[in-house]
Design a binder for this molecule. Structure first.
Ligand code: TRP
Length: 333
């Protein structure tokens, strides 16, 4: 297919020590599936975004590479997709400034993630945390993206990216493609195994609340066995009244490929013990190849470096074009 006819997909993941099942089901698994012949996918390790909370420099540096290794292990194919580290492509920081000057304080202060994060990091409410969505809009708009696969928690950020793009186009003439979000129907929000009213998060103080992609099989089994369900005895998908059981069921569908109806039928007449064990087994089997591949890739530093520099080069080629256009439109070039 001709390059220009392909749809452009872009997404990003922050480099973090232990990405969870939530990252896998809500994002990474779908990223792999989006790599079809009629699409060009850009996948970005968002280390500039990570600076909005305090980081140990050595850890941050190491994690960029580890996250690239994780994406490769999850099936991102560097022959098909552009896999790169955000800070390696300086256009992200440059476009961010221009977009900041076209974004209102009012719209940024309505972002729920800013409110949540500033409550959580009350000692470090920095300006970057506030303009975080603008940097993300820049990631998306630099590549003229059509489709942005994200978890449900990023929906508001996609909307503001669209608003910024539309506003910019209206002010300066056609510059950016208007992106669409793509949020999976089930699994977009994997909930904590200990408190199914909360999103699964690696920063959960209770380690039984989340499963890390790199957790050992025995740990995964143990965490699922401890998962909170409810005091009923039947298995049904009803997120409102049975959030714990429904969370387990949606994880199950995501790993088995079954529809929700098929999954519910499968567990008909079985108890919560079987549900937890079977979900754990499906997760363990699904993560095993990812874990093995990750270890293999991380042991080959030269390969990883090459992937990162090739990715940055390919990403820059497109980013440069868009930034040049933007600079011309606003009068900077
Ligand atoms: N903010 C996203 C998250 O925390 C990560 C991200 C950064 C992203 N840039 C992006 C996602 C661009 C989609 C598109 O999950």
């Amino acid at each position: 297919m001709a390059e220009q006819e392909k749809k452009t997909v872009l997404s990003g993941i922050q480099p973090s020590g232990s990405p969870t099942l939530g990252n896998y089901v809500g994002a990474l698994k779908n990223w792999k599936l989006l790599q079809t012949d009629d699409r060009l996918c850009y996948y970005c390790v968002a280390n500039l975004h990570a600076l909005t909370v305090r980081q140990d420099p050595a850890d941050l540096r190491r994690r960029a590479g580890e996250t690239v290794a994780l994406l490769l292990a999850c099936g991102i194919d560097p022959e098909k997709s552009v896999l790169f580290v955000q800070s390696h492509v300086h256009e992200h920081a440059e476009l961010n400034w221009v977009l900041c000057c076209n974004t209102y304080m009012g719209e940024l202060s309505r972002m729920t993630q800013f409110k949540d994060k500033s409550a959580k990091h009350a000692d470090n409410i920095n300006a970057g945390l506030f303009t975080y969505p603008v940097l993300m809009a820049g990631d998306i708009l630099l590549y003229q993206s059509d489709l942005v696969p994200v978890g449900a928690d990023q929906k508001q950020h996609i909307e503001i990216a669209r608003d910024i793009a539309i506003r910019f186009n209206n002010a300066y003439g056609e510059t950016f493609k208007i992106p669409e979000g793509f949020i999976p129907q089930f699994g977009a929000r994997v909930m904590s195994l200990q408190d199914p009213s909360m999103k699964m998060s690696k920063s959960d103080p209770n380690p039984n609340g989340f499963v890390a992609i790199m957790d050992d099989p025995s740990v995964i089994m143990k965490k699922f066995k401890r998962a909170v369900t409810d005091s009923d005895t039947f298995i049904a998908f009803d997120p409102e009244n049975k959030p714990g059981v429904s969370n387990l069921l949606s994880i199950y569908t995501s790993f088995t490929g079954l529809t929700m109806d098929e999954a519910v039928k499968h567990f008909d007449g079985l108890g919560y013990g079987s549900l937890k064990a079977e979900v754990a087994e499906a997760v363990i089997a699904g993560l095993e190849p990812v874990q093995n591949e990750y270890k293999k890739i991380l042991s080959d530093k030269a390969y990883l470096e090459k992937i990162m520099s090739d990715g940055a080069e390919k990403a820059s080629a497109q980013a440069r074009k868009t930034l040049r256009k933007v600079y011309r439109k606003v009068g900077l070039a």
